[in-house]
Design a protein around this ligand. Structure first.
Ligand code: CUA
Length: 327
């Protein structure tokens, strides 16, 4: 094959492979080249910044790679002896000015754009008092605990009002390790660190948004996910009122069992921790409180800061598992 033809064939082959490799990644959407579809104004601005910065990097990447490949081919040694020296060039003032000024302009453009967008990312928009909800997000090994303004609690599933500003206080507990609250559709990652309240917010249409712990926090980190369930305001109000009422106790208890205990325990066989079916501790109010508050051996103090009501709720649900064949 003449060398010119061979060169063309190789170039086409290399380009096709690169395109084939890039296409599935691009089409993958979430987890591909682009971040998740934003469903909150702050998440939207984060995506705009991503795309703005990404456009520069893409153009620079193409210029550098095309130049690199072109020069590698054009200035290859060929038949010249290995000791042959290339022409020695000193100084190129115009070129040096250009390659200094252009990056400065690019950085200035990126900086201006990001600082312009930043207040809309960090600060929640001014909202009417009725349009304000503050939900505390607590990271625990290995579950998310949400506290609502009326004192209601839910585990691994936050219920939030739609089309309204929802403020989140992301916190960690002294006895626990660090976690990171991340709902990709609703904004960036916020660390749950003991001793610090990290504030964020969202304003989203109705829907379910997947949440993840984005900080390796121990053996069941992979199971530390959740959902933000955004519903019309009336439905949200009903939910937190119901959860606070006596009839909500059992629901809370079930969530605690599923979201906290079952991350490491099963009833009928050993999992991360021992099997719990038939264990009298599941109906022993004082015994289980001691265990939840202090942990034991490998088990972290998962209920370190639980209220008496939370422990009552768990017992109300788990006592059924003590009887043989229960559950
Ligand atoms: Cu919590 Cu990973």
């Amino acid at each position: 094959m003449p060398s010119a033809v061979r060169r063309t064939v190789l170039a086409i082959l290399a380009t096709s492979l690169a395109v084939l490799a890039a296409v599935p990644v691009a089409l993958a959407g979430n987890g591909g080249f682009l971040p998740a579809q934003p469903h909150s104004p702050n998440a939207h601005r984060i995506n705009q910044a991503f795309i703005f910065v990404g456009a520069f990097t893409l153009v620079i990447f193409l210029i550098v790679e095309v130049a690199l490949i072109t020069f590698v081919i054009k200035y290859r040694r060929g038949k010249r002896p290995i000791t042959a020296e290339g022409p020695q060039i000193h100084g190129a003032t115009k070129l040096e000015i250009v390659w200094t000024v252009i990056p400065v302009l690019i950085l200035a453009a990126i900086g201006t754009f990001v600082f312009y967008k930043l207040p809309g990312i960090t600060d929640a928009p001014k909202a009417a008092a009725a349009d304000q909800t503050r939900i505390s997000v607590e990271g625990h090994q290995f579950y998310w605990l949400f506290r609502y303004p009326n004192g209601a609690i839910s585990i691994d599933r936050m219920v939030a009002p739609a089309e309204q500003v929802v403020n989140e206080d992301v916190v960690g507990l002294d006895y626990d390790v660090n976690h990171s609250w991340w709902v990709p559709d609703l904004g960036g990652k916020f660390d749950a660190i003991p001793g610090k309240v990290n504030k964020t917010w969202f304003k989203a249409p109705p829907g379910d948004y997947v949440a993840r712990c984005a900080e390796l926090c121990g053996i069941q980190h992979a199971l530390m996910d959740g959902v933000v369930h955004v519903v019309p305001r009336a439905e949200y109000d009903t939910f937190i009122a119901q959860r606070k009422s006596p009839s909500g106790t059992l629901n809370l208890g079930r969530e605690e069992w599923q979201g906290v205990c079952e991350k490491c325990h099963r009833l009928d066989h050993k999992y991360i921790g021992p099997a719990l079916g038939g264990n009298s501790l599941l109906a022993d109010r004082r015994g289980i409180e001691t265990l939840l508050r202090n942990g034991r051996g490998q088990m972290p103090a998962v209920g370190f800061n639980w209220t008496g009501h939370q422990i009552d709720a768990l017992i109300a649900y788990t006592k059924r598992f003590v009887k043989k064949g229960g559950g």
